[in-house]
Structures are given as C-alpha cells and as structure tokens.
Design a protein. Structure first.
Length: 170
C-alpha cells in the first residue's frame, strides 16, 4: 500500500506527475508506429464517401470540395464530413436528413472559446461555431445503428454556394 505520509509536497507532486504521464499515452500523429495504441488518432486514407456511409447520409452528386475524416477516440469515434453545395439545393438536402426540429439560425459567431473534440480544422476548415450566419442542429434521423449523434451546420459562402458541415459521434 502506498502512503503519502511523510512525503514532501515536491515528492508527492513528482509521484502524481509520474503516474499521470505513465497512464496518459500522449498524443499520436498519423504515421506513428504505435498510433494504434494511443487516442485520439486520425485514421489515414479515409474518403468523404466512406465517412458518408458511416454517417448514413448521402453526399449529393452536385457537391464539390468534399472532405471527410475519421477520428478513433477512447470511447467514441468522431466523424467529419464537409462539402460545398449550391445554396438553392441546401433545403432539399436538409429535408433528406429529416431533422426532428427546425434548424436554429445563429446570426453571430459564438463568443466563447470553442475547442471541439473532433475539429474541422483537421480538414483545413474553420469551426462552424466560429462562423456567423449559420443554421445548425441535430439530425439524428440517420442515427440508426452505431451512430450516437449527428449534427449539421450550413454556412452560406456567397449568394450561390453554401458549406455543409456534418459532425457525428459513433
């Protein structure tokens, strides 16, 4: 049995630090030899089509700039899918996702610092939470199976196109 009685604060701090360091596996980068044993890690070579299948959401044929990522997590995995769609087609696409409630419109970016567990920055995109003039909300109609949750955010890029962001937890 381990006793802290008689240990200095510095020695106790070093012991706690050693235990935490040993238990934390650090962070992994794609390509590390033991990335499989560390979490979270980004799965390499995943295509947007594969992510769409895992999310059980269609990617419209007219979608451009398709990006997808899969993050292995400790308990849950994160799925990211983003693409650009003609703004005139966004509402028809959202209907296919069958949201249980109307999406919420947010005129301004969130003012508090947001650090999502599965960031769109991995795909070279801004985080939807940092954008103004977005519609977002849960769309769990396709959440049958292993998908725990799915959220969509739509941000108009210009008068003709909008960026669609989908973040899922599997």
């Amino acid at each position: 049995m381990f006793s802290v009685r008689g240990m200095s604060a510095g020695a106790l701090g070093l012991a706690v630090c050693a235990v935490l360091t040993a238990c934390s596996g650090g962070t992994a980068r794609d390509g590390d030899a033991d990335a499989r044993t560390r979490v979270p890690t980004w799965k390499s070579g995943v295509t947007p089509a594969e992510v769409g299948e895992l999310m059980r959401v269609p990617i419209p044929d007219e979608a451009t700039d398709r990006r997808g990522a899969y993050q292995n997590g400790f308990q849950d995995d994160g799925l990211l899918l983003a693409f650009t769609l003609p703004t005139a087609r966004v509402d028809a696409y959202l209907v296919r996702l069958a949201p249980e409630q109307p999406l919420t419109h947010r005129a301004k970016a969130l003012t508090q610092s947001v650090k999502p567990m599965t960031p769109f920055a991995h795909l070279g995109l801004e985080e939807p939470e940092t954008l103004a003039d977005v519609r977002s909300g849960p769309v769990c109609a396709p959440c049958a199976g292993e998908l725990n949750s799915l959220e969509v955010t739509v941000h108009p890029l210009d008068a003709q196109t909008s960026q669609v962001y989908l973040r899922g937890v599997d």
